[in-house]
Design a protein around this ligand. Structure first.
Ligand code: PSU
Ligand code: MN
Length: 307
């Protein structure tokens, strides 16, 4: 029994030609943004990767097959579907075994990317340690995945729906390199700066690519988390969003939202409460991450060709 990996024609061609490929997740489409902005953004992200000289591979499970690269109609169907499964490490194999359809989180996208030989992945935000985790124990499986699976993930830092200091502590414990791009402070998703220093800083895609390759040569499992600040003219001051985030977190607790539903609930409430302002910023930072991930993928390809 072989693994049902299905490559899109574009990704298949890139694999044959040894071109740089950037993985993209699908939970951001199904659970991270409303329709139709989710589908529009997914297509814009793919085009951005192409414009930067790499090939996009959006990943999802469709009818039991792991798709690496989606057609426009597959992407649109996923973006319109109601109640698609949200797949992480725990449920990816079960979905494939039962012929199901599901969107991949950061953790599941990393697993699928590695199976496909893709080393770089762009997204918006990764999961982390939730506020109140000392009571709920809600820590995203994304953090464990970063410790285990050798994919470099470009995100915009961590959202304030999370407990950011605890998230950084767990990443440190797990030995995950957290690298801020071009600044000392750890970016705070909607804002460029947080009051926390990033553990590491790099100013060029070449260094990030080299660190990725060197980790592999050292036999270290796990990936790297690249924290790329949102473009300056798109950021939202933290003070503006913090009461809204506090309200969303409170509502989630009052309504007993738990497990996989927490993150999608919070994202949806924050978009509603900001009347779309947070969504526009979210789209801008995803595109920005796609650009940096494409550069890193090209640098890794160049390093692999040299050796
Ligand atoms: N954070 C965001 N946008 C997202 C997600 C997180 O700002 O779309 C999604 C990603 O797919 C991430 C997942 O992997 O939520 C984490 O979910 P959980 O917290 O349940 O692990
Ligand atoms: Mn969780």
């Amino acid at each position: 029994m072989s693994l049902p990996l299905r490559f899109s024609p574009e990704v298949e061609e890139a694999r044959e030609g040894g071109l740089p490929i950037v993985a993209l997740e699908s939970t951001i489409i199904t659970h991270g943004m409303p329709y139709p902005q989710n589908v529009e953004t997914a297509m814009l992200v793919e085009q951005t990767v192409r414009d930067m000289g790499a090939v996009p591979a959006t990943i999802a499970v469709i009818a039991g097959a792991i798709h690496i690269g989606l057609s426009e109609s597959e992407l649109t169907a996923l973006g319109q579907a109601q109640s698609v499964a949200k797949l992480s490490r725990a449920d990816l194999a079960a979905c494939v075994a039962t012929g199901g359809t599901g969107a991949t989180t950061v953790a599941a996208t990393m697993i699928a990317a590695r199976l496909a030989g893709i080393e770089v992945f762009a997204t918006g935000g990764v999961g982390g340690v939730h506020r109140g985790a000392e009571r709920s124990f809600d820590v995203s499986a994304d953090l464990q995945e970063l410790a285990q699976t050798a994919v470099t993930v470009v995100a915009a830092g961590a959202k304030a729906i999370l407990d950011v200091p605890k998230t950084l502590e767990v990443l440190e414990t797990l030995g995950v390199p957290v690298i801020a791009y071009g600044q000392d402070s750890f970016p705070a998703f909607w804002s460029r700066e947080s009051d926390l220093a990033a553990p590491l800083r790099m100013d060029g895609a070449g260094d990030i690519a080299a660190a990725h390759v060197i980790r592999g040569r050292m036999g270290l499992p796990g990936g790297q988390l690249i924290a790329n600040p949102i473009p300056r003219d798109e950021e939202i001051p933290a003070a503006e969003l913090s009461p809204i985030i506090a309200q969303a977190v409170q509502e989630a607790e009052a309504q007993g939202i738990g497990a996989k539903s927490v993150t999608p609930f919070l994202l949806a409430r924050i978009f509603e409460l900001t009347e779309g302002q947070s969504l526009r910023a979210n789209i801008a930072l995803v595109l920005n991450n796609a650009r940096l991930a494409s550069e890193i993928a090209r640098e890794i390809s160049a390093l692999r060709r040299q050796s």
